[in-house]
Design a binder for this molecule. Structure first.
Ligand code: URA
Length: 453
C-alpha cells in the first residue's frame, strides 16, 4: 500500500477499505507515515467525509493502537460516561458516585481543562492529596475494591489518536464529525466499559454550537459504540449558560458535594438524573448485571434520587477520595465551607460582587465569557502545560429567567488579587443580557439517542 494513493483516494471522494485504514493508522502510530501526509489525509476527510463503516474502522484502529483495558476480570459489568465539555460542567463528580453507589462499577478516565472548557481532573485535583495518575493496575484494583475510579489519561489509551488529535489541532482539521467521533470513541472503547452514556452538549458554551451538529455527532458516536459491541446512549444537553452556579475548580467540587448531600442546583441534579437513568437502563439484561431486567425509566430515576438523598452516593465519593489518596478533612472543609486550615489553600483571598446594571430579567449568559475569564484568573489553561489555581472562579447568583433589580448581585468573582478581579469584571458583565419580559428558558435536555438492546 502507498500513502499517496490513500490520500488521493479520499481526496477524490472514495471510501478507504478496512485494511487501508488499519494500514494507515498502524504506520502513522509507528512513525512510518510523516505528519505532513497524515495532515493531508485528515484534510481530505474534513472535505469529503467518511461513511459509518470507515468511521468505525478508524475508531477501532486507533483504539487498538495502545492498551485495550479488559475489566471483566475485576467486575461483571462496568459503566462510563463522557461529556463533550462545557462551562461549570461537574456532572462526573455527581453522576459517577450516584451510579457506583447503586452497585454499578464506574471506570472513568477524564481530561484536563483547555481553553474555555473545564476538565474533571482539574476539579478533582483541587482536593489536596488526591491522585489521578493511577497505573492500569491501580485502575483495575479500584474498580474491583470500591467500584469507582476517576483517573487522568496516564494509561496509554489510543496513542494513535493522541498523535492525530495533536496534528489536527495544528492543521485546522479538528472540525469533522467522523474524526471527532472516532477520536472520542477510540478512547472510550479502549477504556473498557460495557455501557457508556454520552453527554453531548450544544450551544454557545459547547464545542458543537447547534443542536443539529450535536445530534449528528451523538448519532455517529452511538452508532460506533453499537458497531463495536458496547451498550451506549447519548443525551443532548444545552450549554447556553454555565451549568449550576459555580465555575472554577474547588468551587465546583463544593457544588457537586452539595448535590451529593441532597442539595445542589436543580439543573445539575436533573442532568445527572437523566444521564444516570440512561446508564441504568443500558445495564438491563446484560449478563451478570446487578440491574433487574424489567427496570424502567421511572424506577431508575427513583433509585438515583434515593441514593443521592440517603447519603449513599456521598459515602461512595468519600471512599473514592480516600482510595485515591485525597485528604478527607480537606474535603469536609470544602464541603462545609469551613474556615479550617485544610481549606485555606482553596479559598481565594479576594471576593468581589458584580451587580445588575438595570431592572429586568436575565435573558442570556454567555458561557464562554466565564470559561475564558476563569483562564484569565489562573483557574483554567491557555496552553496544555499551564499550572492552575484551584481556588479562583465565580459563583453566579442570577441565571437565565431570574428577575433582578438594578444593584442586585449577579455573581461573585473569587480571585487571587483585586487587579485580577477588576480585569475580568467587564467581560462578565458583558456576558449578561436583560429583557423586560420573562424570557423563554432553554430546555436542559433536548433529545436522548439510544439503541434498543
Ligand atoms: N475531543 C477529542 O477527544 N477529540 C476530538 O477530535 C475533539 C474533541
Amino acid at each position: 500500500m502507498n500513502t499517496v494513493d490513500l490520500i488521493a483516494k479520499k481526496r477524490d471522494g472514495g471510501a478507504l477499505s478496512t485494511q487501508e485504514i488499519e494500514w494507515l493508522i498502524a504506520n502513522y502510530a509507528d512513525g512510518a507515515i510523516p505528519d505532513y501526509q497524515m495532515a493531508a489525509w485528515a484534510m481530505a476527510v474534513v472535505l469529503r467525509g467518511m461513511d459509518l463503516r470507515e468511521t468505525v474502522d478508524l475508531t477501532l484502529a486507533m483504539a487498538r493502537s495502545g492498551e485495550m483495558l479488559d475489566l471483566h476480570g475485576v467486575a461483571p459489568v462496568t459503566v462510563d460516561k463522557h461529556s463533550t465539555g462545557g462551562v461549570g460542567d461537574k456532572t462526573t463528580l455527581l453522576l459517577a458516585p450516584l451510579v457506583a453507589s447503586l452497585g454499578l462499577p464506574v471506570a472513568k478516565m477524564s481530561g484536563r481543562g483547555l481553553g474555555f472548557s473545564g476538565g474533571t481532573i482539574d476539579k478533582l485535583e483541587s482536593i489536596p492529596g488526591l491522585r489521578t495518575d493511577v497505573t492500569p493496575e491501580e485502575f483495575r484494583r479500584s474498580v474491583r475494591d470500591i467500584g469507582l475510579v476517576i483517573a487522568s489519561q496516564t494509561i496509554d489509551l489510543a496513542p494513535a489518536d493522541k498523535r492525530l488529535y495533536a496534528l489536527r489541532d495544528l492543521t485546522a482539521t479538528v472540525e469533522s464529525i467522523p474524526l471527532i467521533a472516532a477520536s472520542v470513541m477510540s478512547k472510550k472503547l479502549a477504556a473498557g466499559a460495557d455501557c457508556i452514556v454520552l453527554d453531548v452538549k450544544y450551544g454557545a458554551g459547547a464545542f458543537m454550537r447547534t443542536l443539529e451538529q450535536a445530534h449528528l455527532l451523538a448519532r455517529t458516536m452511538v452508532d460506533i459504540g453499537q458497531c463495536a459491541g458496547r451498550r451506549i446512549a447519548a443525551v443532548l444537553s444545552s450549554m447556553e449558560q454555565p451549568l449550576g452556579y459555580a465555575v472554577g475548580n474547588a468551587l465546583e467540587v463544593r457544588e457537586a458535594v452539595a448535590a451529593l448531600r441532597g442539595a445542589g442546583p436543580s439543573d445539575l441534579v436533573e442532568l445527572c438524573m437523566q444521564l444516570g437513568t440512561q446508564l441504568l437502563l443500558l445495564t438491563r439484561n446484560l449478563e451478570r448485571s446487578p440491574t433487574k431486567a424489567t427496570l424502567d425509566a421511572d424506577e431508575a430515576r427513583h433509585m438515583l434520587e434515593h441514593t443521592r438523598l440517603s447519603g449513599a452516593a456521598w459515602h461512595m465519593f468519600r471512599q473514592m477520595v480516600t482510595n485515591q489518596g485525597g485528604d478527607l478533612a480537606a474535603l469536609d472543609a470544602i464541603a462545609d465551607d469551613a474556615d479550617s486550615s485544610a481549606f485555606a489553600l482553596l479559598r481565594a483571598p479576594v471576593v468581589i460582587g458584580l451587580y445588575a446594571p438595570q431592572d429586568g430579567y436575565v435573558a442570556s449568559i454567555q458561557p464562554r465569557a466565564f470559561g475564558l475569564a476563569l483562564s484569565d484568573l489562573g483557574g483554567g489553561r491557555k496552553r496544555k502545560d499551564d499550572a492552575i489555581d484551584p481556588a479562583v472562579g465565580f459563583i453566579l447568583v442570577a441565571k437565565v429567567g431570574d428577575a433582578v433589580a438594578a444593584g442586585d448581585p449577579l455573581l461573585y468573582i473569587h480571585a487571587a488579587s483585586e487587579s485580577d478581579a477588576t480585569h475580568v469584571a467587564p467581560h462578565l458583565i458583558a456576558a449578561y443580557t436583560f429583557t423586560d419580559q420573562p424570557p423563554d428558558t432553554p430546555s436542559l435536555v433536548s433529545e436522548v439517542i439510544t439503541v434498543e438492546a
